[in-house]
Ligand binder design. Structure first.
Ligand code: CA
Length: 252
């Protein structure tokens, strides 16, 4: 570090503090926030604690950088271009499991933030203490554990296997390469074996709350999914149509 460098003087780059002893010191954290003062404050505190923050100030940039791969996303809800809810849902739909900490300015948004459909790992409400945010980041990274997920969930139904950590559906041990939506749809159904889920419920879980498409979208995707399970594997019949309502998964 250069002498006189302001950030260096404030505490040093990776190596200076607690960030290194647990091996998460250089973790790339994406700070998505359009308020420059808040963004810089977070970046400063993360750097001081040994993390490697990168920055975005609008929705599209956030999505692009998150897709490039980061260890954690600190995501403001009120972003220009595409809001935090939409970004979180998009990333989850694409099968990305990057931990997300939502930053909200409104306490009444918290219910939506921790809601099932969003997949956020934690949240902070503005105004927050940057130290608290850094502590949350550290806790989540420790929990997610980097390479070794503590309990990757694999659901097995005969020859069919759903590996939630890898976001893979396998038959006879082989990945059948489902598209993200098909995978999400299958996961929603196998998570409730024998339970009929309405088209509306599936639409909400797989496409998200604000999706204004048609319920026929669900039919189209179930049909495709069934074909994928049926071709070569003859497992299409595990997806049942519940007429006038929706679909259910059964395993014989
Ligand atoms: Ca904002």
């Amino acid at each position: 570090m250069k002498p006189g460098d302001e950030r260096g003087a404030a505490g040093g780059r990776p190596g200076a503090e607690a960030g290194t002893d647990d091996g998460m010191g250089s973790a790339r954290i994406l700070v998505a926030e359009d308020d420059r003062a808040i963004r810089e404050l977070l970046v400063h505190h993360l750097e001081r604690d040994g993390f490697a923050p990168i920055e975005a100030s609008d929705g599209q940039t956030t999505l692009r950088l998150a897709r490039d791969g980061v260890e954690l996303l600190l995501l403001d809800i009120g972003l220009p271009g595409m809001d935090g809810f939409e970004i979180a849902r998009t990333l989850r739909r694409e099968g990305r499991t990057t931990p997300i900490v939502m930053v909200t300015a409104r306490a009444d948004e918290v219910d939506r933030v921790v809601g099932f459909e969003l997949g956020a790992d934690d949240y902070v409400v503005k105004p927050f203490s940057p130290r608290e945010v850094v502590a949350r980041v550290r806790a989540i990274l420790r929990r997610s554990g980097g390479k070794h997920d503590p309990g990757p969930k694999v659901r097995r139904f005969g020859r069919l296997e759903i590996d939630e950590a890898a976001r893979e559906a396998r038959i006879d041990g082989r990945d059948i390469n489902l598209k993200p939506r098909e995978y999400a749809l299958l996961l929603a159904l196998v998570s409730n074996p024998g339970v009929a889920l309405s088209r509306g419920t599936l639409l909400e879980r797989v496409w998200g709350f604000d999706y204004d498409g048609d319920e026929r979208t669900v039919d189209v995707h179930v049909r495709r999914l069934r074909m994928r399970l049926e071709e070569e594997h003859q497992l299409g019949s595990c997806l049942h149509t519940v007429h006038g309502f929706g679909y259910k998964f059964t395993h014989s």
